[in-house]
Write a protein that binds this ligand. Structure first.
Ligand SMILES: Cc1cc2nc3c(=O)[nH]c(=O)nc-3n(C[C@H](O)[C@H](O)[C@H](O)COP(=O)(O)OP(=O)(O)OC[C@H]3O[C@@H](n4cnc5c(N)ncnc54)[C@H](O)[C@@H]3O)c2cc1C
Length: 396
C-alpha cells in the first residue's frame, strides 16, 4: 500500500523546502527557524517571525484553501497541512489562526464589513489574533462559559474573565466567545465578537507555564463592542466554534516534529558516553529505541488516516482524537526515555553549559505536558473515541 502524497503534493513540498533553504540565509534565520524550541515554536511572536509570515504571504502561501473571490487559491486543505508540516519540521511559525479558524469563519458567516476589514489583512499577514474561549470554569466543558455580553445602545457591553489565552500579549485582535443569552440552553446562548486587544477595559496578566509556554489570564471590564463586530448571528457562536475546530483538525497537529525529535534523540544517544560506552549501544536503550521508532511510525499512520478521512470530505473527529491522544503521549514518552537514558546530567537546564544536547530533553520533558491539555485534553480525546468509535454511553 502506498501512503505517500501524490506528484503534485510532492512538488509542493519540494517548493516549500527550497523556500525554507533560502530563509536559512536570512540574518535572523536562527530566530525564525528554531527546531530546538520546545514551546510556542508555532507562533509569530517576534518581529522576525512576523516578517517571515509576511514573506509567506507575499509568496502566496496564505489562504491556499480560501475561495478565489476572497484572494485564495481554492486548493484542497491538504496543501495547508503540507505547508504546516514543513514549517513545523524546521521550527518556523505556522500559517496560524488568521487563515485558519478566524478567516474561514468570516468567509462563511461574517458580514461584508468584517470580510473587507479583516480578510485582506489576514492574507498579507498584517494581523495577529488571540482566541478567547476558555474561562476559569469552562475548559473541557467550554459551553459553560460565562463572560457576559449585555445588549446596550449600538452594541454590547462585555464583562468577565478568560483563561489561557495564548498570544494575547502580542495579538492585535481578540476572537472572543461570550454569553449573550443566560436563559437559553448552554450551547445556544453564545456569540462571537472581534475586539481590539488594546481596547480600554482589557487587562492581560501573563501565566508562565512549566514548559515556558507563556499564556494569559485576561480580564474584561465594561468593554464596549459595536454591533458591527458581532461575528455572524447572535447566539450562533457555538456552531461557529465547532465548525472552525473542524477546519483545523488536520492542519493543526503536525507529525514532522516527532520525526525530527526521534532523529535528534538518536544523535544525542550516539554522542553521549557513559562509563566509556556510547549510550546508544546499551542493550536496554536499544530495545526502547526500537519500540519508539515503531511508535513514531504508528503516529505517522494515524496522522495519514486523519488526512485521508478529510480528503474524502468527512470530518475526521475520531481519527483526529486518536492521532492527538497518541502523538502527544509519544512526545512525552520520547522525552521521558531521553531523561532515563541520559542519567542525572539529563536533568540539567538549557541555561547550564554542561547540559547534554543543550538541555533539549529536560525542556522537552517539561513542555510536552502542555499539548496533552491544549485543544482538548487526553481524557476528552478518550471520551470522543469511547462515544464515537466504541459507542459507549457517557454521562456528560
Ligand atoms: C498550551 C495551551 C494553550 C492554550 N491556548 C488556549 C487559547 O489560546 N485559547 C483558549 O481559549 N484556551 C486555550 N487553552 C486552554 C485549553 O483549551 C484548556 O486548558 C483545556 O480545554 C482544558 O480545560 P481546563 O484547563 O479548564 O481543564 P478542565 O476542563 O477543568 O479539566 C481538568 C481535568 O479534568 C479532566 N476532565 C474534564 N472533563 C472531563 C470529562 N468529561 N471526562 C474525563 N475527564 C475530564 C481533564 O481531562 C483534566 O485532566 C490552552 C491550554 C494550553 C495547555
Amino acid at each position: 500500500m502506498d501512503f505517500d502524497f501524490d506528484a503534485d503534493q510532492q512538488a509542493f513540498i519540494a517548493e516549500v523546502r527550497v523556500f525554507l533553504n533560502e530563509v536559512r540565509q536570512w540574518p535572523d534565520a536562527a530566530e525564525i527557524m528554531c527546531p530546538e524550541r520546545e514551546s510556542d515554536s508555532i507562533l509569530a511572536d517576534t518581529p522576525a517571525r512576523k516578517a517571515f509570515n509576511r514573506e509567506l504571504a507575499k509568496r502566496g502561501y496564505l489562504g491556499l484553501s480560501w475561495p478565489r473571490e476572497y484572494g485564495g487559491q481554492e486548493r484542497p486543505g491538504i496543501y495547508e497541512y503540507l505547508l504546516n508540516e514543513e514549517l513545523s519540521r524546521v521550527g518556523a511559525p505556522l500559517i496560524g489562526k488568521g487563515v485558519g479558524c478566524v478567516g474561514q469563519t468570516l468567509i462563511s458567516h461574517g458580514s461584508e464589513k468584517l470580510k473587507q476589514e479583516f480578510l485582506p489583512k489576514i492574507l498579507r499577514a498584517e494581523i495577529e489574533f488571540a482566541l478567547g474561549y476558555s474561562e476559569p470554569h469552562a475548559g473541557s466543558d467550554l459551553a459553560a462559559l460565562k463572560l457576559k455580553a449585555e445588549r446596550v445602545d449600538g452594541g454590547w457591553r462585555l464583562n468577565g474573565q478568560k483563561m489561557f489565552t495564548t498570544s494575547a500579549h502580542f495579538a492585535d485582535w481578540y476572537w472572543l466567545a461570550a454569553r449573550t443569552d443566560f436563559e437559553a440552553p448552554k450551547h445556544k446562548g453564545i456569540s462571537l465578537f472581534l475586539v481590539p486587544m488594546d481596547q480600554p477595559g482589557i487587562t492581560i496578566h501573563p501565566i508562565e507555564t512549566m514548559g515556558e509556554h507563556v499564556t494569559n489570564q485576561v480580564f474584561i471590564d465594561d468593554v464596549f463592542v459595536g454591533d458591527d463586530y458581532l461575528v455572524g448571528e447572535v447566539d450562533r457562536g457555538w456552531t461557529y466554534i465547532c465548525e472552525a475546530l473542524d477546519y483545523e483538525r488536520f492542519t493543526f497537529y503536525t507529525f514532522s516534529p516527532l520525526e525530527e525529535k526521534l532523529k535528534a534523540l538518536k544523535e544525542t544517544l550516539r554522542n553521549t558516553r557513559r562509563d566509556g560506552d556510547r549510550v546508544i549501544d546499551v542493550p536496554h536503550v536499544r530495545r526502547r529505541m526500537a519500540r519508539l521508532i515503531a511508535e513514531v511510525e504508528t503516529s505517522k499512520m494515524l496522522q495519514r488516516r486523519v488526512i485521508y478521512a478529510a480528503s474524502l470530505g468527512r470530518v475526521p473527529t475520531v481519527e483526529a482524537a486518536m492521532c492527538k491522544l497518541y502523538s502527544t503521549g509519544l512526545h512525552q514518552r520520547l522525552a521521558d526515555f531521553a531523561l532515563d537514558a541520559l542519567g542525572p546530567e539529563g536533568l540539567l537546564h538549557k541555561a547550564d553549559h554542561a547540559a547534554p544536547a543543550a538541555g533539549k530533553w529536560e525542556w522537552s520533558y517539561r513542555a510536552t505536558a502542555l499539548d496533552t491539555i491544549g485543544a482538548g485534553t487526553s481524557e476528552i480525546q478518550k471520551n470522543i473515541i469511547a462515544r464515537r468509535e466504541l459507542e459507549l454511553p457517557l454521562t456528560n
